[in-house]
Design a protein around this ligand. Structure first.
Ligand SMILES: Nc1ncnc2c1ncn2[C@@H]1O[C@H](COP(=O)(O)OP(=O)(O)OP(=O)(O)O)[C@@H](O)[C@H]1O
Length: 223
C-alpha cells in the first residue's frame, strides 16, 4: 500500500529522516512513536504525498510519488484519509456538513442516510447540526475521524488523534480505529502515548514503528 525505499527527508537541508525503507501492507495496523520533534508528522506527510522525499522513493498505492501529478494527488485524497493533529473545521458549517466536505470537494452528493450512519458510528448522531466551536475535544476528534473516512479510504493516517483527550475518550477513539482495521482498512497512528499502544493489544494485531536516530525501527516485544 505504502512503500519507502531508502527515503530521506529534511527541512531546509537539515536531515530529519534518513534511509527509511519499509512497507505498510494492506490491512495492517501500525503505531508510529518517537519523541516530540522526531519526525512523526513528517513521516505521515510523506505517506499522504504532501511532502516529496529528498532522496529515495516513496510509492503511494502503487504510484511513485515523484511521478504523480496534482490530479493524481487529488485522487489519492479519496484513498488515504488523514486525521490531522489540529483537526480544523469550517466553524460556520454544522458538523454534518463539515464531515461531508470531502464529498463536496470531490463533486459528489452526500447520501443523507450514510452520513447519519457515519455520525452515529462516531457517537455524534445528536450533534449533526451543532457548530464546531460548540464541540468538546473528544467530539472534535470523532468528527475529524468521520470526515477522514467519509470517502471510504483504504488507508487512514491519524496524527496524535488522542493528544488532548482523557483516557476514556482515547479508548473510545482507539476502538473506532480498530473497528476500521477489522473492516480491512490500513491504519497508522502517530502517538507518543505508550499506554494507548498497550491498550490496543487486545483489540488489534498492531506493529509499532519507532523513530530513533533519524531511522524508523520496528519496535515490538518490549511494548
Ligand atoms: N514546515 C517545516 N519547516 C521547517 N521545519 C519543520 C517543518 N515542519 C516540521 N519541522 C521540524 O521538523 C522536526 C520534526 O517535526 P514533526 O512535526 O515531524 O515531528 P513530530 O515527531 O510529529 O513532533 P510532535 O510529536 O511534537 O508532533 C521538528 O524539529 C520541527 O520543528
Amino acid at each position: 500500500m505504502i512503500a519507502f525505499d531508502d527515503v530521506s527527508y529534511g527541512y531546509g537541508g537539515t536531515p530529519l529522516l534518513r534511509g527509511i525503507s519499509l512497507r505498510l501492507t494492506p490491512g495492517s495496523f501500525h503505531f508510529l512513536t518517537g519523541p516530540s520533534g522526531a519526525g512523526k508528522s513528517t513521516f505521515l506527510k510523506l505517506c499522504y504525498g504532501e511532502l516529496m522525499p529528498v532522496d529515495g522513493k516513496v510509492s503511494l498505492i502503487g504510484q511513485d510519488r515523484a511521478a504523480m501529478s496534482r490530479d493524481d494527488i487529488a485522487r489519492l485524497r479519496g484513498r488515504i484519509g488523514v486525521v490531522h493533529q489540529d483537526c480544523q473545521f469550517l466553524d460556520h458549517l454544522p458538523v454534518a456538513e463539515n464531515v461531508a466536505l470531502p464529498l463536496t470537494v470531490a463533486g459528489r452528493e452526500a447520501d443523507a442516510g450514510e452520513l447519519r450512519e457515519l455520525l452515529s458510528w462516531v457517537g455524534l448522531g445528536s450533534r449533526a447540526r451543532a457548530l464546531p466551536p460548540s464541540l468538546s475535544g473528544g467530539e472534535r476528534q470523532r468528527a475529524a475521524l468521520a470526515r477522514a473516512v467519509v470517502l471510504s479510504p483504504d488507508l487512514l493516517l491519524a496524527d496524535e488523534p488522542t493528544g488532548n483527550l482523557d483516557w476514556e475518550m482515547s479508548l473510545r477513539l482507539l476502538t473506532l480505529l480498530s473497528e476500521l482495521n477489522r473492516m480491512g482498512k490500513t491504519i497508522v497512528i502517530a502517538t507518543h502515548d505508550l499506554n494507548l499502544i498497550r491498550a490496543a493489544k487486545p483489540m488489534v494485531s498492531a506493529r509499532v514503528l519507532r523513530i530513533k536516530d533519524r531511522q524508523i525501527i520496528h519496535a515490538g516485544a518490549e511494548l
